[in-house]
Design a protein around this ligand. Sequence first.
Ligand SMILES: *Cc1c(COP(=O)(O)O)cnc(C)c1O
Length: 456
Amino acid sequence: MLPSVDELLRTSAGRKYITSEGSAAATAAARSALAKLRDSMGDMPRENLERCDLITEAEAQLGSSLSARHLSQVRPVINATGVVIHTNLGRAPLSEEAKTAVRDVSGHCSLEYDLETGKRGHRGGRIDRLISELTGAEDALVVNNGAAAVFLVLTALAQNTEVVISRGELVEIGGDFRIPDVLTASGAILREVGTTNRTKLFDYERAINPNTGMILRVHPSNFRIIGFTAAPKREELAAFARQHNVVFYEDLGSGALIDMSTIGLADEPVVKPVVEAGVDLVSFSSDKLVGAAQAGIIVGGQQLIKRLRKHPLYRVLRPDKLTFAVLDATLQAYRRGEMFEKIPVLRQLAATPDSIAERISRLIQAVQPVRHLQLRIIDGFSTVGGGAAPAQEIPTKLITASRPDISATELERRFRLDSEIPVITRIEADKVMLDLRTVLVEDEERLIDAVRRVDR
Ligand SMILES: *Cc1c(COP(=O)(O)O)cnc(C)c1O
């Protein structure tokens, strides 16, 4: 009684599957839909079975398998969570200039080609100079992400030597990136000193021995120890490392390129002063506070950077042309002093509650008249995300959305699944909250459309 695979593929669900995913995938999906149906038939009384019902059932199976497949793709979403650097949502949105740059280099480009001499050039040379300029470092090197930067520095410069690190900095960043594990994997020997909350210079002094290769400092990123704490000053540790002829390396995590205190983020270290304090090597991610694409940036002295560039592991970790294009366009905005206008992460962090309230009013106006939804504007908080400034709450205005006929959980689900583009919200106090701080201005029309759909 079951339809054949061919028969199922000729139905409208089958044809839709073929158009979207190709015939090999469609055939496999049709087989598996029919197998499922065959299994479930065992529980049905035979006299109730109708062939046309079975076809309808198989079509439905195939349809939901296609939607599941679509949902599992990486798709654009609207980030209404209020978490500016949301790792699950792709971290930093790119600037318009960066998007254009990606398009421009997506064909052939002069990635490793010197147009003046017509010979092979140095990959990323221009970016390295730009980064050096912005951070005051002698030289720079770009790898695939922040974790790769840490791994490269430890592998190339500290293998089989002891790396001294404070117990307060043996952190896990998220996505299973744990400093002690990375250290061990790189072949370095972990030498932890001090205590969780207090580490002093003499703790480092006591640990130094002929096999010490490096002093490592790690920004705690997504957590803070407050109260009875101590750590040596960066300058002190730098002088100490120099005196003992060991490399002083700091993993900054987010690594701001400019002073963020002007927009109320006092807590995030800026790369330039860290370099000036005498740290030999500094690394940070470029898709956190920098606001570019995923990459890890390492800056420091020429000799050390040269050793990293020559290490075979660098060849494994080097980024592609698209990353360099995004970095170039984004760093240019810093150089021109236009970062707060051009770079979405910075623009979002700098947005005032008043400007957000204005956008909310426009949105609520645009969706009128609503049938079921109750939309209100309230005071609330956004967060930086990406492991930066975890304790910092940024005052914002929020939309609370509710419907008397459905639960907040169901409403959240509809925002996510019923609109053309998934809208990711959060639930607080049993209400769905939307924070326009993290919604790109160019996505506002689509958000309005999503609100209308959820109102149906
Ligand atoms: C985020 C972070 C990393 C990892 O960087 P990715 O770019 O995510 O690979 C490493 N160290 C610290 C301190 C971080 O905050």
